[in-house]
Design a protein around this ligand. Structure first.
Ligand code: ADP
Ligand code: MG
Length: 205
């Protein structure tokens, strides 16, 4: 997009992969005026839409439409203006989450064409310049989340195969983007080192 002067970076991975933990460390090497946001809660509208999504038994199509609605508002209100000012934007999650969870984990491959259509029409060229994917085996994710009593979201009661399919979905769809797959199974320090190395390499190119 012609108005894009800044750099748009996405961090992704299943819940419990360590996105929030590692996002803090990215601040060490990113510009001080970097804008940090998240999907879907990066706008007030996104907060409301997420409450609607998590608080209701919705048709899977409705759920995908609402996630893209939140995404569009985040784009217009936060991401596009910051990029136009030349700032770096880091978004915790993007549409890869839809492909991983709503399509792959739920085994609704019949809805992939809907996501592709929405991706093209709602987001268009607003794709990330780089995506850091924190990759974690399902068993390690489970151990971590069992130690974290707060912040359990509505997807947490699903079984291991659900998250394994989400992980496979991420790995398939991330191929569309410039990306790095970070082995997120080590200690926080080990993951930090890999993560900053991958981001540093991207920033130098
Ligand atoms: P996400 O944002 O991807 O859901 P978090 O950063 O919130 O993941 O991490 C999930 C939980 O696992 C938190 O309790 C966090 O402190 C812990 N955690 C994160 N990274 C590691 C790690 N490398 N080793 C052990 N525990 C971790
Ligand atoms: Mg998180």
């Amino acid at each position: 997009m012609s108005s894009r002067k800044g750099t748009y970076i996405v961090i992704e991975g299943v819940d419990g992969a360590g996105k929030d933990t590692q996002e803090e460390f990215l601040k060490e090497i990113l510009p001080a005026d970097t804008v940090y946001t998240r999907e879907p809660r990066g706008t007030q509208i996104g907060v409301v839409l997420r409450d609607v999504i998590t608080g209701n038994e919705l048709d899977p199509i409705t759920e995908i439409l609402l996630f893209y609605a939140a995404r569009k508002e985040l784009m217009n209100r936060v991401i596009i203006p910051a990029l136009a000012e030349g700032k770096t934007v880091v978004s915790n999650r993007n549409e890869l989450t839809t492909y991983a969870y709503q399509i792959h984990a739920r085994e609704r491959h019949d809805l992939e064409h809907l996501a592709d259509y929405l991706s093209n029409t709602v987001l268009g060229e607003m794709q990330p310049d780089f995506c850091l994917f924190y990759d974690i085996p399902v068993e390690i994710r489970k151990e971590r989340l069992e130690q974290r009593s707060d912040n359990i979201n509505s997807f947490d009661h699903f079984d291991a195969s659900f998250f394994e399919r989400a992980r496979d979905g991420y790995k398939e769809h991330i191929q569309k983007l410039p990306h790095a797959i970070i082995d997120a199974s080590g200690t926080i320090e080990e993951v930090k080192e890999k993560s900053l190395q991958a981001l540093g390499e991207f920033l130098r190119t």
